[in-house]
Write a protein that binds this ligand. Structure first.
Ligand SMILES: NC(=O)c1ccc[n+]([C@@H]2O[C@H](COP(=O)([O-])OP(=O)(O)OC[C@H]3O[C@@H](n4cnc5c(N)ncnc54)[C@H](OP(=O)(O)O)[C@@H]3O)[C@@H](O)[C@H]2O)c1
Length: 271
């Protein structure tokens, strides 16, 4: 896809992967609509990018606002070429620690909102356009301590893999980027609750995730998936296919994860 002057909508664009993606797409010549809840932070991020970047504060978990959001994009830019479903939430640890409403919020923000936003956006997306979901390796293999999050990301991945044929009828493509741990502020709210298993895989940067999103946009396949890192994706698939191998590897992965987590906490001043 020729990117110059195409229009991209990126959710969760005020920090981490979403911000790195908005920056990269903007640098590639696209006009970028940036969405997140906290208006001041989002507007500062869009202002830093400059002309061609627009902030629209919106909670994607409020599904009733999503038609309004797409209307805003169409009113400003006349259409849409790329939708990046990146906003996500996680309440960590034992599911029974959390109120039922928090668990429902994980599914609403991580899964229902991308599906609903894609449905609404598809009526306004130009032929050749692309939807990219930021899912997770936790959506390839059930991660204890991240049960609801894993379920939401698995749902997102599987929906995308199955819906590709529907979108193809409108000449639209869909892709998943599945990162392992990423060096963003995603862990900061509850670092103690992050499982050692989560940290057992090498960490990616938000910029590497953004490069993967761009690679999906520029590819011609649909559906497609990029795992980050590649080897961790293969390990997740093997673990999914073989519960016995998964159980055998788990103690070593837990030990490695504990070390990586301690190093991450020291580096981020969280210990
Ligand atoms: N970091 C990781 O290790 C990792 C690994 C795999 C997958 N992921 C996925 O990557 C995505 C981005 O995570 P990140 O690491 O970049 O986290 P982050 O740095 O915490 O950024 C999250 C972004 O999403 C926005 N957001 C959260 N809830 C929202 C909502 N309801 N409506 C609109 N915006 C919302 C946040 O802004 P506001 O709070 O102001 O709304 C922020 O801009 C998530 O889907 C996450 O599940 C992350």
């Amino acid at each position: 896809m020729e990117l110059k002057d195409r229009v991209a909508l990126v959710t969760g664009a005020s920090s981490g992967i979403g911000l790195a993606t908005a920056k990269l797409l903007h640098k590639s010549g696209m006009r970028v609509v940036m969405v997140a809840r906290t208006a001041a932070k989002l507007e500062a991020a869009a202002a830093e990018l400059g002309e061609g970047a627009v902030a629209i504060p919106c909670d994607v978990g409020d599904l009733s606002r999503l038609p309004w959001l797409i209307d805003q994009v169409v009113a400003r830019f006349g259409g849409l070429d790329v939708l990046v479903n990146n906003a996500g939430v996680h309440y960590r640890g034992d599911m029974l620690r959390h109120p039922p409403e928090a668990l429902a919020e994980i599914f609403t923000v991580n899964l229902t909102a991308p599906v609903v936003l894609t449905r609404i956006a598809a009526d306004h997306m130009r032929a050749g356009g692309c939807v990219v979901n930021v899912a997770s390796l936790a959506g390839k293999l059930g991660v204890p301590g991240s049960a609801v999050y894993s379920g939401s990301k698995a749902g997102l991945r599987f929906w995308a893999l199955a819906v590709a044929e529907d979108l193809e009828r409108r000449d639209l493509r869909i892709a998943n980027v599945n990162p392992g741990p990423v060096d963003s502020s995603f862990f900061d709210a509850d670092i103690q609750g992050v499982s050692n298993l989560t940290f057992s895989q090498p960490m990616s940067t938000p910029e590497q995730c953004a490069e993967a999103v761009l690679a999906c946009i520029q590819d011609t396949r649909s559906p497609m998936e990029i795992d980050l890192p590649f080897a961790s994706g293969k390990l997740a698939t093997l673990g999914y296919l073989s519960p016995r191998l998964r159980a055998w590897l788990r103690p070593a992965l837990e030990r490695r994860g504990a070390k990586n987590k301690a190093a991450f906490m020291r580096r981020r001043g969280l210990s």
